[in-house]
Design a protein around this ligand. Structure first.
Ligand code: HEC
Length: 228
């Protein structure tokens, strides 16, 4: 996420800092006001000292909490994947099927028209023809063309992130690929990149093998000693 320029599936937050208020205040998530978070943390001496050290004069504030969490989030970067080792020249790093899958991803399956670059996202918004009550990006921009549009997600570690799509409506990568064969629900807002794309069973397997080769080595994260 550190390289992204908009956050949430509909891109309504311009920065990671701003995004943090969402899950904290959402009734479905932490359901607590930022003021109350400040109040609770202020009761912990250790936090008071640490915030004073990092934000001299300001101490514990909502702004400081959002900066601190966003700064931590920027350190969570997916590790080197077999696909990366192959790109760096190790022919043995991924299977022949995954190599064919990468070729098909770029030429034939149309995936790289949106999932581009080393992170496999163009950071743009599209209606890919899913049926869900959420109208997506249009609630942010008001543009009719943004109806049902959501941000292209990056595909690193995709194997570890089921269920898929903004509404978690697909349980497996095969289900996702089959969605792209049919191209989704035709409607005025659907991206013109979404067309019927016939695939053989072998091509489906190859695409899945490629997607699975994007799983990076886990980065060790040590648990902090919490202040008291
Ligand atoms: C028109 C642009 C576009 C094209 C072409 C496209 N995608 Fe996507 N992809 C998206 C968007 C946008 C989403 C998120 C949609 C949503 O949740 O409403 C998505 C979601 C996904 C997801 C789920 C990611 C997650 O975190 O849940 C996978 C996997 C995926 N695409 C793989 C592919 C593959 C494989 C292809 C080629 C067969 C492909 N995409 C073609 C734009 C595209």
């Amino acid at each position: 996420m550190a390289w992204s320029d908009s956050f949430f599936w509909d891109g309504r937050s311009p920065t990671l800092e701003d995004q943090i208020r969402g899950p904290v205040e959402s009734p479905n998530e932490m359901n607590i006001s930022m003021d109350e978070v400040v109040e609770r943390l202020s009761k912990v001496n250790g936090y008071q000292e640490m915030f004073q050290r990092v934000f001299p004069g300001a101490g514990i504030t909502g702004d400081g909490i959002m900066k601190a969490i966003a700064t931590y989030e920027r350190t969570l970067v997916s590790g080197t994947a077999p696909f990366d080792r192959w790109v760096m020249g190790d022919e043995q790093a991924i299977s022949e099927s995954a190599k064919r899958g990468f070729e098909f991803f770029n030429n034939g399956a149309g995936c790289s028209e949106c999932h581009t670059g080393w992170n496999f996202s163009d950071n743009k918004f599209y209606d890919i023809g899913l049926s869900s009550a959420d109208e997506g990006r249009i609630t942010v921009t008001g543009n009719a063309a943004d109806k049902h549009a959501f941000k292209t997600p990056g595909l690193r570690n995709i194997q570890q992130r089921a269920p898929y799509m903004h509404d978690g409506s697909m349980k497996t990568l095969d289900e996702v690929i089959i969605h792209y064969i049919a191209g989704g629900t035709p409607r005025p807002s659907r991206s013109d990149k979404m067309i019927v794309r016939p695939m053989t069973p072998q091509q489906i397997t190859d695409l899945r093998s490629f997607l699975e080769s994007l799983t990076g080595e886990d980065q060790p994260v040590s648990l902090p000693i919490l202040p008291y």
